[in-house]
Design a protein around this ligand. Sequence first.
Ligand code: CUA
Length: 330
Amino acid sequence: MILALLQETAARALTFPGAHSVLRPHGPQALRIHELWRFLWIVALVVWVLVVAALLWGAFRRHGPEDGGERSGGGPGMHRAVVGATALTVVVLVVFLVFDFSTGRALTMAPGGELHVQVTGHQWWWEVEYPHPEPYKRATTANEIHVPVGVPVVVELQAADVIHSFWAPSLTGKRDLIPRVRSSLWFQADTPGVYRGQCAEFCGYQHAKMGFQIIAEPRAQFEAWLARQRDSARTPADTLARRGRQVFLASSCPLCHTIAGTMAGGNVGPDLTHLASRRTLAAGTLPNTRGNLAGWIVDPQRIKPGVIMPANQLAPRDLQALLAYLETLE
Ligand code: CUA
């Protein structure tokens, strides 16, 4: 009862809307990690109480009037207590070890029938790909991973530059992304929702602004989203947006960014084919609004100092046209 209350208080204190929290598991693996954590916590609490009780008992005994001649504390009773405490410590540590191993094993074994997603860590954003046997049907997005609810998802991880670490605490544990090494993990979201994730390995100046979102939605909704993401970008009908398309293609943007269906095929920065469908900009740094997008294009170094993207001095009319075009990329 008291434990449950303490745990709830801790969960409330550490959780604000949209936050990630190991104390609020929403998938089988996060649940197992949570169970392990709770077990360690309870045992540690019991051990602490016992140690403090023994300490107090010892202190009062030493100074008590009935403490006879055995002041140095070396009698057979004390020896038994020392041996007993050591044995108990060993037993507790072995139980911890077994529980930890069994949790680790359970986390690594995917149940099958899963969805595969490829995630590449860059300084400082996440490239997300949904593979397809036909290359032109691969869907590429950034900083958000859409998944169907209740389906195991295998995430294949790699790093493009330095070591990053993939961590979505409400769904699963951490896994490092190491250059030239492929690794993977799997998770499953049991309830629909948006789960925040974060790079959990220091990877440079903007490590803290390397977030992502996992969006768990019903199967039909997910399939519809994925079908849209597999499409190329359409040429806009609107005159202003058409002009924006020309601005984009005539500037340095295509050297770094891809928009499927156009000449832009750069692979330094995020794929922009469906930019307008995303919830955030700059790896979870800003909500994806027109004003934020404008600020980001004009002076990204002010928002996220150190990013590769340079400032873009565009004439106001060109900027408006470019924004109109980017907003058609749904
Ligand atoms: Cu990527 Cu820290």
